[in-house]
Design a protein around this ligand. Structure first.
Ligand code: MLT
Length: 388
């Protein structure tokens, strides 16, 4: 037995949402329940074979067996810049405006350490990916949550944020396509956000991990850098995880304002040693040749979205049909909190959902379905829920 006490920053932290879900799932599975996991946004589809082949070839090169560069191979950063140009028509300087990440979670978790001093305020659009608040608190900062409401299409009501609050804030976290609500940002919204951030010298942290999971190719999700002035105040986090089914590979990138990229780079050179170069070479292949595969994945998610939407409608569960991201944001049936509902569903049916409240208080009244299993399992899951 040891008598080591966790630091306050950990002992006061609630359990990490997805770890808590895994634990609950394991407990129910241990009782023999057949589990259908719609809890975490972890694509079930395999990484395309050409990416695996690229890894295989790159892993054979001895030069790739040594320490990688802290900021990423120039070839990887150039592939990111080329991809941003092709996809968003955004020009990036691969040397100064791109840094590689060991998955975007790593970058998001480290970024506040570069700019937040104890007591500084970070504004967080919520419901939100829990890492924004956790990273802020690890840096000693204080999170102020800005509610995303259905009546505002889950966009922050920027005019409801007082000048006093803007003046106090050091950074603001936004995520579009949004996890968990699956809402997308309009250009007007981003432009107004940038205007406010420039006025009050606030850093905009845009989490754009889901821009490639969309359902209407005439209306593709934006990068914040498609808007004028973004490079003055913004950093955007992105990842190969969701686009090419590479969550386990841990490969992502941050792009944007060169000072912000350098600030994050300074933290990273002190705490990590970059991504295995063979993974970066596979990442280059994905960025250069992955689009036809991404197109196929989108078609699969679209079918799943439509299957689930029809099944939920049939059993009277109100939900938002997403324009992007592989999540369905659904209203909890009356009489339950989101945690009660999700716990009941798990215990009685073996279906794993995510409680809206786990993403922050404004998520209460909702639960999230992740479209990361096949149509048969999705139909089976909704059918089990309907029997409750
Ligand atoms: C989620 O389910 O919200 C995400 O998969 C979590 C993550 O990307 O780390």
């Amino acid at each position: 037995m040891s008598d080591f006490k966790l630091a306050d920053r950990l002992s006061t932290l609630p359990p990490y949402l997805f770890a808590a879900i895994d634990k609950a799932k394991a407990e129910v599975a241990a009782q023999g329940m057949d589990i259908i996991s719609l809890g975490i946004g972890d694509p079930d589809l395999p990484t395309p074979n050409f990416i695996i082949e690229a890894l295989h070839e790159a892993a054979k090169k001895p030069v790739n067996h040594q320490y990688p560069s802290y900021v990423g191979m120039l070839g990887f950063r150039q592939a990111v810049a080329d991809w941003y140009k092709e996809r968003f028509n955004v020009d990036l300087d691969a040397e100064k405006e791109v840094v590689s990440l060991i998955g975007s979670k790593e970058g998001i978790a480290h970024f506040p350490l570069a700019y937040i001093n104890p007591g500084d305020i970070a504004l967080i659009a919520t419901p939100n990916y829990p890492v924004y608040g956790i990273a802020t608190s690890f840096a000693g900062g204080q999170a102020e949550y800005l509610p995303l409401l259905e009546e505002n299409d889950f966009l922050i009501d920027l005019d409801a944020v007082s000048d006093d609050m803007w003046a106090k804030a050091k950074m603001i976290f936004v995520c579009y396509p949004n996890n968990p609500t699956a809402a997308t940002a309009t250009k007007e919204f981003y432009e107004r956000l940038i205007e406010k951030a420039r006025e009050f010298n606030v850093i905009v942290v845009s989490d754009a991990a889901y821009t490639e999971i969309y359902y209407d190719s005439e209306n593709k999700p934006l990068s914040i850098f498609e808007c004028e002035g973004a490079k003055d105040v913004c950093i955007e986090f992105h990842s190969l995880s969701k686009t090419y089914n590479m969550t386990g590979w841990r490969v992502g990138m941050a792009v944007g304002n060169s000072d912000l990229i350098a600030g994050l780079g300074k933290i990273k050179e002190n705490v990590d040693s970059g991504i295995f170069q063979a993974v970066q070479e596979a990442g280059i292949a994905a960025l250069k040749q992955g689009e036809p595969y991404a197109e196929q994945f989108r078609a699969i998610y679209k079918e799943r979205r439509d299957v689930v939407s029809a099944a939920l409608t049939k059993i009277g569960i109100k939900h938002r049909v997403p324009d992007a991201a592989f999540y369905m944001w659904c209203h909890t049936p009356e009489g339950y909190t989101s945690s009660e509902f999700v716990t009941n569903v798990l215990k009685q049916t073996g279906v794993v959902l995510t409680p809206g409240q786990g993403f922050g208080a404004p998520g209460e009244g909702y639960f999230r379905i992740s479209l990361t299993v096949n149509n048969d399992l999705l139909e089976e899951a909704v059918s089990r829920i309907s029997k409750l």
